[in-house]
Ligand binder design. Structure first.
Ligand code: ATP
Length: 440
């Protein structure tokens, strides 16, 4: 028997597929482990998450610079950062069924959890995907799909300083794909092999790090609020020194209560001047910053807030999932904050077979669409079913055009969470919706 939490995950995965949020990667060929594809609604939800992040951390500040670096980089980047040597997980293989497991996640290291067979010794397994650049496949042409976006930020530090002349402290932000050849991809969007990250390297004077760390800790909690992840399901784990990366002086993991356990959602780390110093040493480039205020040159220290888009997406979906009862009937709905909702408004003519209603509804839809692009038009089936369909994808407001509209230009505006309806004048509709939708 599946537990309630297992059922919740099953319901989320099934809703995500049925309603066009997330599909299994290469599904018609039987899928491919660790890859998921975002469908028409998922791409909008993910876009909104990234948009809120960019607005909060780039547009709403004066000390942030965006970049978009290449996924394939000079392999020396990853040698210098230590990824080629140490970015690995311990793998154990079953001698009998050949299944592979992460050694640190096995309770019993003596028997295969799948078939009971004998297990091999634990071996480090590097998580970087290797590829070759150009026509020859030899050691000189090896490159890696980046395992984190941060590498692209560090190697562009000098370019941003030279082209933008930022004043310290300042940050560089990037959103993009990263790849990790995870031994055991699992739990839907939680452990992927192809993932998206939103990362910031925030450069500070050494003595400023504690204040900046605290500011970013609060900023990360503020972001959780903006995307609709309640504070009570986020737990800050102060990572003990013994478990921190050797260059990190302080790390906080922001954990989320997933149905499959309390696990990392985002991370915040103080990486000292480790990365820039290593890259300066290995590349020979001058990665110092000239501080005009103090009239001296030095390598800045860095605070790194790191967010996974996919884990955020999953946390937002889980946080929004609700089941209630309307007039004795079970209703599943997603209580998305308007800012993340993939569809903000749906417009319906009461009846499909009345051209005057359809025309009027389409005119209102077209008028709204110019201002609210994430909008839907639906004339299919009875009105109750249409409301349910929009509730299930988390549309905050529905607008229905009926015969009264033709007489007095009023429409019905329905609220997803309360299901309450009000009559509003068509000429005030856009302003009312804009006000209701602003949650940022
Ligand atoms: P974990 O311990 O769960 O493997 P990590 O500590 O290796 O995660 P980081 O290297 O700190 O993760 O990566 C930064 C962020 O990128 C994570 O907080 C998470 O949101 C996201 N992330 C990392 N690995 C994955 C993955 N395999 N699938 C989806 N998101 C990921």
């Amino acid at each position: 028997m599946a537990t309630e939490k297992e059922r919740l995950m099953e319901n989320i995965v099934s809703l995500a597929k049925r309603r066009g949020f997330v599909f299994q990667g290469s599904e018609i060929y039987g899928g491919i482990a660790g890859m998921w594809d975002y469908g028409p609604l998922g791409v909008e939800l993910a876009h909104n998450i990234k948009d809120i992040w960019w607005r909060m951390f780039v547009y709403n500040r004066e000390d942030m610079y965006g970049i978009d670096a290449s996924i394939l980089m000079n392999p020396r980047v990853w040698e210098t950062s230590g990824h080629t040597k140490t970015f690995s997980d311990p793998v154990i293989k079953c001698v009998k069924c050949k299944k592979q497991f992460r050694a640190d996640q096995l309770d019993n290291k003596n028997a295969c959890p799948a078939c009971g067979g004998k297990l091999s010794k634990s071996q480090p397994f590097n998580l970087m995907f290797k590829t070759y650049i150009g026509a020859t496949e030899d050691s000189d042409s090896i490159s890696y799909l980046r395992p984190e976006t941060a590498g692209g930020i560090f190697v562009n530090f000098k370019n941003v300083v030279d082209s933008m002349h930022p004043k310290l402290p300042f940050g560089i932000a990037q959103i993009g794909k990263a790849f990790r050849n995870e031994i055991a991809p699992r739990d839907f969007l939680f452990r992927l092999r192809e993932l998206k990250q939103m990362e910031i390297e925030y450069f500070v004077r050494a003595e400023e790090w504690e204040r900046a760390f605290e500011e970013w800790r609060l900023a990360m909690l503020a972001f959780a609020k903006e995307v609709g992840i309640p504070k009570k399901v986020i737990h800050e784990l102060e990572v003990p020194e013994s478990e921190r990366a050797h260059y990190s002086k302080r790390t906080i993991d922001f954990e989320f209560d997933y149905p499959f356990g309390k696990k990392e959602l985002w991370g915040l780390a103080y990486r000292t001047d480790y990365d820039l110093s290593r890259h300066a040493e290995a590349s020979g480039a001058d990665l110092t910053y000239f501080d005009e205020e103090e009239n001296k040159r030095f390598i800045p220290h860095v605070i790194e807030p790191s967010f996974g888009v996919d884990r955020t997406f999953l946390a937002v979906l889980l946080s929004a999932y609700r089941v209630d009862e309307i007039k004795g009937e079970k209703r599943v709905f997603l209580a998305f904050k308007p800012a993340v909702a993939p569809i903000k408004v749906a417009v319906f003519p009461l009846l499909k077979n009345k051209p005057e209603l359809v025309t009027k509804a389409r005119n209102i839809y077209q008028m709204l669409k110019k201002h609210i692009p994430q909008i839907d038009f639906d004339d299919n089936g009875n009105i109750g079913k249409r409301y349910r369909r929009q509730d299930e994808i988390g549309t905050p407001y529905c607008v229905t055009i009926d015969f009264d509209t033709l007489e007095d230009n009023t429409v019905t505006l329905r609220d997803r969470d309360t299901t309450e309806q009000e009559r509003v004048n068509e000429k005030n509709l856009l302003e009312i919706l804009k006000k209701k939708l602003v949650s940022f």
